[in-house]
Design a binder for this molecule. Structure first.
Ligand SMILES: [Fe+2]
Length: 210
């Protein structure tokens, strides 16, 4: 995959200090990792532009940069969606069943508790990756999916609504490995439901470098 336009992405700021259950130290490290994905996305993009300008299509360097770019790019986007669907004040996992999001979840899962059990069960799977509540734009149905690393498991065309990082760096400073469910609970207690709902039906535009 080559991105042949030069538009460097910028690191976005997220004001999430003082969360309960996810420490400032964890977030500080996490923001640093996220910045690395932005930097590497820009580097690989620039590298591919230079290689193509020099006609070096199909070289080993070109192929390697092409293979690495989706990992870095998805790492950038998934972190922006993850930090963006958290908030430090208020929030929480209580989804109103008569809200747009609540109705969409109800239509797909039967009720919100079933959705939450499914989401938590996927988050407890072994391995590192992401749990994402997606919307299928073709049917409007929602489903929870597991993404390994950043790139394996994204469903083509599905819209990510709610994104949770379950790489170990997201919680190991605060919890033991076996206590991952406690991190999931802390995350769900800081949901920015307004933001999640704004992503329904493709309404939200992801702002890059805003
Ligand atoms: Fe992460």
């Amino acid at each position: 995959m080559a991105l042949l336009s030069s538009s460097p992405y910028k690191v976005r700021e997220f004001d999430l200090h003082g969360l309960s259950g996810i420490s400032d130290k964890t977030l500080e490290i996490h923001f640093g990792l996220y910045a690395g994905y932005v930097k590497n996305t820009n580097l690989l993009t620039e590298q591919l532009i230079t290689l193509s300008e020099n006609g070096k299509f199909g070289t080993l360097e070109y192929s390697e940069a092409t293979r690495r770019l989706p990992f870095e790019y998805n790492g950038m986007v998934l972190h922006e969606l993850y930090f963006g669907n958290m908030q430090k004040d208020g929030g929480g996992a209580e989804i109103n069943s008569s809200s747009d999001l609540g109705r969409a979840i109800g239509e797909s899962f039967g009720d919100i508790d079933v959705w939450k059990k499914d989401f938590a069960a996927i988050s407890a799977m072994r391995g590192v990756g992401w749990v994402v509540l997606y919307e299928d734009p073709a049917t409007g149905k929602l489903s929870n999916q597991w993404i390994t690393l950043h790139q394996d498991g994204n469903i083509a065309g599905f819209r990510p609504l709610l994104v949770m990082d379950v790489w170990e760096h997201a919680f190991l400073l605060d919890y033991k490995p076996a206590d991952r469910p406690r991190y999931v609970e802390a995350f769900l207690n800081h949901l920015n439901l307004k933001e999640v709902e704004s992503r329904l039906h493709g309404n939200a535009q992801r702002s890059v470098g805003a």
